[in-house]
Design a protein around this ligand. Sequence first.
Ligand code: HEM
Length: 403
Amino acid sequence: AAGAAGLVAGGASAVAADRATRDDAGTTALTSIGASAVDFGGQARAHGTPQAGILDPHQVHGHLIAFDLAPRADRKAAAALLRRWTQAARALVEGRPADREDTGSALDAGPASLTVTMGFGRTFFGKVGLTKQLPQALAPLPDFSSDVLDKARSDGDLWLQIGANDGLVAFNALRVLQRVAGDTARVRWQMTGFNRTPGATGKPRTTRNLMGQIDGTNNPKPEEDDFDARVFVPKGGDASSPAWMAGGSYAVVRRIRMLLDTWDHLSLEQQERVIGRRKSDGAPLSGGTETTPVDLEKFTKDGSIAIRGDAHVRVAAPESNQGAAMLRRPYSYHDGFREDGQPDAGLLFIAWQADPMRGFVPVQRKLDRGDGLSRFLRHEASGLFAVPAAAKPDEYVGQPLLE
Ligand code: HEM
């Protein structure tokens, strides 16, 4: 799936930009990557202020980590945990050590556009006595026929998405947040991913995935009229979301392994027909350049349809799914090689939407039935998390739910 085409620029602060040029020893950094910082408080939009890590350009390093509450952890303990996480995350995204026990592996690197995004899984609510606040939008995702899900690497009470443009910064944040979880929550699963280094190409916004395709082109764009309605819960909530989710979004997380041995045997032409776009530059097979709108009705000179019936971009498009849309902001992953010799590699697919029933669910149902790409994929893990709006300056993430 996708990348960050059209995502708003991550707000490197003036202070950080200034720091970019010289470090303490007075020497000059080669780039401003380390010194760039994202505002933990998020950027205000029509429906509220979403947490950072949704609209920011995706970073080169990503960690996803899910936790389960300890058996006796109640709502008060959960609130204290979110307060500790928020406090630590605030320091880290500003490039400061989280606390006195911070190991220090992120020192010297600057904040490196670190983001920490926090969410709640369906199972959280019953454990802390908040079932009345459980969003309908957190209804379990349906089973799809091609799912081969590993339950141990799926779901979870709490979820963190960590992204940074430096590997040490990303790991340090992961370690700090796991450590300060203390006795309240223990790690359920963790996954690590990556993207292209920012600034490595003249077209930094649309990255490639491990199948080689430019991925993220036709994402909804923050400047489009219907963007906020598609991605964020409106003020006051709606039929599928209580008011505490206003300005928030739902993250669908799927670990999707790519059957690269099979995929690499296809000719370039076959690969392009499976997607409906050219591999070299991402242009739709109906013509034009990467950003030319896809023409699903177009016929080629020889009378055949330009974009095949089972092409991924046709089956996944809002036009084929009664307008259903989501913002895809994934990481690639590679966890070595399997016993059968195939790469354990693919996409940590993360899709953001105001309601999964108007985003991921109908689209994946359609893909599950008739997508040419699905033959080369295995969905191996799955999660769905409610990600509330950003914390106000003196609050913690999730405070409107937990206080
Ligand atoms: C488009 C790859 C899984 C939804 C695309 C494109 C590529 C791609 C190359 C065209 C460029 C673009 O517009 O981003 C992949 C790969 C996947 C994957 C490699 C798995 C490893 C999924 C899943 C969903 C999805 C699971 C949702 C259930 C979409 C949507 C579009 C898209 C909505 C845009 C279609 C349009 O409006 O043109 N994907 N995809 N993809 N994909 Fe995927």
